[in-house]
Design a protein around this ligand. Sequence first.
Ligand code: AMP
Ligand code: MG
Length: 427
Amino acid sequence: MTKPNSLSQIIADPSCMNDYDPNSMPVNKARQFIKQFLSPVAEVETLPLCESLGRILSADIVSPADVPNYDNSAMDGYAFNAADVQVEAATTLKIIGTAFAGSAFNGNVAYGECVRIMTGGMLPVSTDSVIMQEKTAVMDDLLTFTETVKPGSNVRYAGEDLKQGQVVLAAGHMMQAADLGLIASLGISNVSVYRKLKIAFFSTGDELVGIGKPLLTGQVYDSNRYSIFGMLSHLGVETIDLGAIPDNPDFLESTLLSAAEQADVVITSGGVSVGEADYMKLLLAKHGQVVFWKIAMKPGRPLAYGKVGNAHYFGLPGNPVAVMVTFYQFVREALLTLMGQSNQAPLPIFNVVCTENIKKICGRTEFQRGILFPDTDGTWKVKPTGNQGSAILSSMSQANCFIVLHEALGNIEAGSIVPVQVLKGII
Ligand code: AMP
Ligand code: MG
């Protein structure tokens, strides 16, 4: 794909890009396309360490010291100098003191001597090895090795985990539980992170009714806003819920403009497929630069991406499953990039045996909802949830993975190996 200069150039003249067909856009190409318009939010803030969980570092964390800070024992045992002794069973050494974690032994350890040492205790000067207590016998102040031990055993060396001046976590890293501990191990109490991304979202459709109200014939409850809220909340962004907006050009226009003014990203569901009242398309053409695609995928064929004012815009399909699939395949990674995450790995994909036949049409990527389960033979296998219709939201609740069936594939036979994209822990 050649790189266009701007969205407006593509909208005005789609032929400016090689191999670009908005009516049959492959999943990966759509992802790549969106990527070129994304860069992280500029503003950063400094937070107390614990509040940075789930946030993205805006500056490298550099180790101010070696970790560990000093050579110490990995075991409860006895510290000795390997050069001073015959390191073999039946070696006998005199115990001259004790080194506790947090309370060092400060004396000299001479030839033929050793020091009782606890896990984490600082290695006394002129010792270089530790024999674990289970491999020794003690009689009064005399220690006898009951097994051979290698020189240098059971020592955790200064700087073995982290060296002073080393970049411990790079800018662009999303803070996880282990990172809180890691940064605490350096004695650092505040970290610099990108500010939270603000996402405004609303549903569109005359048929939509808010929960808590009675449902009349021909109406459906607006479920998309709730699944979108859930998916956004897992990403740790700030959400602005603008409600369900009927297919009315004035309401849609004012909501779209207010969304774009308040937020970094605007997400809508419904109203971007062919045959819609087309208000959204007209409004997006009037106020933004937005491309409309038919993606070669199921579910989730219609998708719109672009800018409205300074805000990025994602127009998701209306069908509830399609909303979730397109969010995971396109929006999630785009938001992570805007949040500042670098070196993003795609959602992990594993190959497993599928235990049932699957009907599949060539020429489009299908994201079937699947259940990964441990089989009686001890391996994990996958089976599709039942009905795969793009309005069957219960399939998303049952699923713990997508079975990702690539464009070129046709029907799948039970026993075939299929790629699965694990959702547990992500949704
Ligand atoms: P649309 O893309 O607007 O043509 O909508 C496609 C289908 O999704 C229709 O059956 C809609 O009723 C349904 N739909 C659209 N928006 C929502 C929503 N927010 N919650 C539940 N269903 C929806
Ligand atoms: Mg609609």
